[in-house]
Design a protein around this ligand. Structure first.
Ligand code: F6P
Ligand code: MN
Length: 334
């Protein structure tokens, strides 16, 4: 098995296809990979090292922070702030964007991340993940918030790591989507899922049904029709999954198709949507579209949204092309 392609080899070979590439991006990615391996270790060892449970604090989103939310955020920040490749970072766990400490060189990229997605699952030993996105920045400047507010179409790279039965990294730089499995024995990610493609048809949906009464009509209609199964207009039975971990839902959709909805709802006027545009919806949308799927708010392509804030929330409907298109059509008709 010595012809296995490691993630390091894969990104170095990809870099060779980019004229004038300086290697900076490759090195940045390699630092992210190292951070994610460290996170994988912490998540895997769990209570053995006392990292489970609540930290007793709240983040800017008003969500209760788990100890691992803070630990994994520190790992990401401290693995990336010294590298000289970044001009700044933004994280789900930090109210403001993160500047590079003055003792370190600043680079031409910005990193935005959710260090531990699905962290409500951590204490019940279900899959969690890290989501990240790389953007370009004006060079040689101290970034301002506006530098982070770039449309998803401008992402240089997006990826996520899922800490599940296997630890896997899924990555795109705009040339398709590739999946790598962490070989714990050698500490390297190995290319195991080249050129991932989402089936266009599906009969599996994922939505938090407990919010049903708060949804808009097009989403009500779509889910009603799925639930009617063979007796309804769809003429087939649907299956449902809800892991409550965005990375896990996205990974399932990347491997066997499906549709995921965290739609607009009227539960709380201050939070008409749940997922965050910059470090959840955009990286996932880039990956899903690169794998042949679609990602929309129901009314707009996610990647075309001009962000208004680092922690902006958006409705997310993503997955198998034909199904997402149907939901978008229902929104257009309403
Ligand atoms: O990061 C937000 C998140 O935890 C996602 O990973 C997941 O898809 C969603 O929230 C779960 O939401 P709920 O708690 O409503 O099921
Ligand atoms: Mn998250």
């Amino acid at each position: 098995m010595n012809n296995r392609v490691t993630l390091t080899r894969f990104i170095i070979e990809q870099q060779a296809n980019v004229p004038d590439a300086s290697g900076t991006f490759t090195m940045l990615l390699s630092n992210i990979v190292t951070a994610c391996k460290e996170i994988a270790q912490k998540v895997n060892r769990g209570q053995l090292i006392g990292v489970l449970g609540s930290a007793g604090s709240e983040n800017v989103q008003g969500e209760v922070q788990k100890k691992l939310d803070i630990i994994t955020n520190d790992i990401m920040v401290n693995s990336l702030n010294w590298t000289g490749h970044l001009a700044g970072m933004a994280s789900e766990e930090n109210d403001e964007f993160i500047s590079i400490p003055p003792q370190y060189k600043k680079g031409k990229y910005l990193a935005v991340f959710d260090p531990l997605d699905g962290s409500s699952n951590i204490d019940v030993n279900l899959a969690v993940g890290t989501i990240f996105s790389i953007l370009r920045c004006r060079e040689g400047v101290e970034p301002e918030e506006g530098d982070f507010l770039r449309k998803g179409t401008e992402q240089v790279c997006a990826g996520f790591v899922i800490y599940g039965p296997s630890t896997m990294m899924v990555l795109t730089t705009g040339n398709g989507v590739n999946g790598f499995t962490l070989d714990q024995g050698i500490g390297e990610f190995i290319l195991t899922h080249p050129n991932m493609r989402i089936p266009e048809e599906t009969s599996e949906f994922a939505i938090n049904m407990s919010n049903q009464r708060f949804w808009e009509t097009p989403v009500q209609r779509y889910i009603d029709e799925c639930l009617q199964g063979t007796e309804g207009v769809r003429g087939k039975d649907f299956n449902m999954r809800w892991v409550a971990s965005f990375v896990a839902e996205a990974y399932r959709i990347l491997t066997r198709g499906g549709v995921f909805l965290y739609p607009w709802d009227n539960r709380d006027p201050k939070k008409p949507a749940k997922l965050r545009l910059l470090y959840e919806a955009n990286p996932m949308a880039f990956i899903i579209e690169q794998a042949g799927g679609l990602c929309s708010t129901g009314r707009e392509r996610i990647l075309d949204i001009k962000p208004s804030g680092v922690h902006q929330r958006v409705p997310v409907i993503l997955g198998s092309k034909n199904e997402v298109q149907r939901i978008v059509d229902y929104h257009l008709q309403s």
